[in-house]
Design a protein around this ligand. Structure first.
Ligand SMILES: NC(=O)C1=CN([C@@H]2O[C@H](COP(=O)(O)OP(=O)(O)OC[C@H]3O[C@@H](n4cnc5c(N)ncnc54)[C@H](OP(=O)(O)O)[C@@H]3O)[C@@H](O)[C@H]2O)C=CC1
Ligand SMILES: CC(=O)N[C@@H](CCC(=O)OP(=O)(O)O)C(=O)O
Length: 303
């Protein structure tokens, strides 16, 4: 028995990566449109109707419109449009109880790339009551330029972008609502993202003064223990020993995320997460969610 999957936006950055991860699987049959019809609404409606599951790899407005075309077809939306929407299940399998919700869901909102890293570091600490929900959280991060889709890729490839730049300077990054909600925070964090002149891979850091957390300095050791406990047995997320350098590209091509805790050995702590923005940050998690929804092995097609 095969599952029919339509990737709407298959020609885009995320869509192509999902296609590559599904190609060759004998439990999946791709419903595909050619270059001439991929943006034709009648052809897309027909593709939705043929599919058991559709994966939307579209800009937010197009994703909202696609949901209206999709009828009863189950959806995984890779865009930001439905991440905190009522009636959508948040597609982050690592959250407590979430795998069962994803298995049963009709509409799954795939977690954002920076949000994957941020929530993965925050949620174990808020659940363990190490980090209070009203704590003033500070996050920084860098992504490769593929994180900005075809438009940003083109800008870098024609040499029109700086080698490294900061953006979302007014604290309005589109992932903040999902980070606060699923990270277990009442107070929106400060988040400063950046883009580097390399294609893919990201590193995100959570900066903490452990002596300001409840329990004071003891928080430092508890941070790593809480992370290890949260991810014990997880197929893709690991808590690693800190090294001398953090390489945002270290896990490119994989669905893995590595979290490490470092600092001055005292109260000043940084927790860091490394992942591939196009892998674990987008297409890998979309495939992981698809696997859960169709009853396949959660790790099928993923490394
Ligand atoms: N890149 C990343 O790291 C991540 C991206 N995402 C999200 O995934 C979604 C896709 O992003 P990304 O792949 O980077 O973007 P791209 O710009 O690379 O791809 C988007 C694709 O959608 C197509 N498209 C646009 N409008 C329509 C429409 N009305 N009907 C059919 N196809 C349409 C585009 O066509 P055309 O080729 O003609 O432009 C393009 O092929 C976005 O919502 C993004 O936020 C999520 C996590 C990470
Ligand atoms: C480098 C870059 O521009 N990154 C994008 C996020 C990547 C992305 O599109 O993520 P979601 O679809 O998961 O929101 C940004 O910061 O807006």
């Amino acid at each position: 028995m095969t599952t029919a999957v339509f990737i709407d936006g298959e020609a885009g950055t995320t869509g192509l990566q999902i296609r590559d991860r599904l190609a060759g699987r004998d439990d999946i049959r791709l419903v595909q449109l050619d270059e001439a019809t991929r943006k034709d609404d009648a052809a897309r409606r027909d593709a939705f109707a043929q599919a058991d599951v559709a994966i939307l790899c579209l800009p937010d407005d197009a994703a909202r419109a696609a949901v209206a075309m999709a009828g009863d077809t189950r959806i995984i939306d890779a865009s930001t449009a439905h991440r905190v929407a009522a009636d959508w299940v948040y597609g982050m399998p690592e959250l407590p109880g979430q795998r069962d919700r994803i298995r049963d869901a009709r509409h799954v909102a795939n977690v954002g790339c920076f949000a994957t890293a941020a929530i993965s570091m925050l949620r174990p600490l808020t659940d363990a009551e190490i980090l209070p929900p009203d704590h003033g959280v500070v996050l920084t991060g860098v992504s490769g330029y593929t994180g900005g889709g075809k438009a940003l890729i083109a800008e870098f490839e024609r040499g029109a972008a700086p080698a490294y730049y900061l953006y979302a300077l007014s604290q309005g990054h589109k992932h903040l609502p999902e980070i606060a909600r699923y990270g277990g925070l009442d107070r929106k964090p400060l988040f400063q993202p950046a883009v580097g002149a390399y294609a893919q891979g990201m590193a995100v850091q959570l900066h903490l003064h452990a002596d300001l957390l409840p329990g004071g300095i003891a928080g430092y050791a508890r941070i790593e223990a809480a992370l290890r406990e949260f991810y014990a047995g997880d197929p893709f997320v690991s808590v690693e020993m800190p090294g001398e350098r953090i390489d945002p590209q270290a896990l490119n091509g994989t669905n893995r995320m590595a979290i490490s805790v470092q600092g001055d050995g005292n109260a000043r702590v940084t927790v860091a997460a490394v992942l591939d923005n196009l892998g674990k940050g987008a297409s890998g998690t979309a495939v992981q969610n698809l696997n859960l929804m169709i009853g396949a092995e959660e790790t099928a097609g993923l490394i």
